[in-house]
Ligand binder design. Sequence first.
Ligand code: ZN
Length: 413
Amino acid sequence: MSTSDLLLLGIVLFVLIDFSAGMVINYLNERSKNQPISAEGAEIFNPEEYAKSMAYGTAKYRFEMLTTLISTVTILAAIILGGFSWLDAQLRDRLNNNLLITVVFIAILILISTIANLPAGYYSTFVIEEKFGFNKSTKKLFFQDAIKQLLISLALGLVLLYAVAWIYQELQSQFWIIAWALFAAFSLFMFIFGTRIFLPMFNKLKPLPEGELRTAVEDYCQKQGFPLSKLYEMDASKRSTKLNAFFSGMGKVKIIGLYDTLIEKLSTQETVAVLAHEVGHYKRKHVYTMFAFSNLQTLIIFSLMGWLLGNPNLSKALGSDTPSFHLSMLAFFLLFSPVSTLLGLINNSFSRRNEYQADQYSIDTYPGAREHMYNALKKLSRESLSNLNPHPVYVAVHYSHPPILDRLANLHK
Ligand SMILES: [Zn+2]
C-alpha cells in the first residue's frame, strides 16, 4: 500500500471515528437526559416545564443526528469519489496562478457549505425554536444574517488565506513561524476589535437607560473600577427570547453586553450579579489566558503544517498528482481531527473552570450575589429549557459552561 493510500485510509477512518463517537456521545446524552426530576431540578422547572425541556432536548438530538449523518456522508463521498481533486483540476484548467487557484478553491468550499447549511439553520430556527416558543427572528432577518456572515467570512478568511498561502509559496517548510505570527496578530486584532466592528452589523448596542438598574450598575462599576462606558444593552430579542450576557475585547476596548431579554426577565440585583460575573472574567484575567491558549493551539497547528505540508502524498491522498497548498491543507485538517478534539476538550475544561471563578468573583464583590446569582441562573435555565441531566462525556466534549445543577450546587456549597 502506498503512503498516499495509507493517508487516505487514515482520513476516512478519522472521519468515521469522529462520526461514530459523536453519535454515541449524543445518544448517551439523550438517555441521560430523561430522568425523573430531582429536588434541585424542581426548583427550576414545574413538571410541565420539565417535560417540555426534555422534549426540546429530544427534538434537537434527533435533528443533530440527521444533519451529522448527511454531512458525514457528503464529506466521505467527496473524499472517496475524488470531489476535491476534481474541483482542483477544473480550476487548474481555467486559472494559471497557484495563489488564485487556492483562494477560489476555498471560496467555493465556503460557498457550498454555507448554502448546504442553510436548510438546517432554517429548520432549526423556524421549526424547532419556533415550536418551543424561542424564535423571534423573521425570514428576512434570517437571510440577511446568513448573507452578512457569508460576506464577512469570505472577506476575512480569503485575505488571511491568501497571505498564508503566499508566505508558504515563498518560504516552504520555514513558512509556519511567519504565518503563525501573522495569524497571532490577526487574532489579537479580532480579540480586541472583533465584537466592536462586527456585532453592530447584526445588533444594536446602546448604553443602559437611566433608572434603577443603571444606578445600581453605576454604583457597582465604580467600586470595581470598571468603566461604565463599556457596558451595553443589546437588542437580542429580535432573534430569540433566550437570555444571556457576554464580555469581549481587552484593555481599553473591552465591553460587556447584556441582552435586553436578560434585563427584562431578571431583577435589578440579579442583573448586577450577572454583570459582576462578567467583570470577574476580566479581573481574573480570563481574556488573556484564553488568548494565550488559543495562540498556543495555532502554534501547534502551524508547526505541524510546516513539518507535513510539503509532503506531496497529502494532496495525492485526496486524488491529485499535482501537489497544492489547499489540497494538502485540507488533508492535513482531516488528519488533524483527533488532535483538534483533544484541544477542544482542554479548551472546554478551562472555560468551565473560568465560569466557577467568575461566579466566585461575583459572590466576593457584590453583597448578596450568592442568592441573586442562584436565582438568575435558575431563570436563565428555565427560559432556555436547559438540560438538567447532561451526560458527563457530553459535558466534557461540548460544554463551555458547567451543567446548571453543578453550578447551582457550587453557589450553595
Ligand atoms: Zn461567564
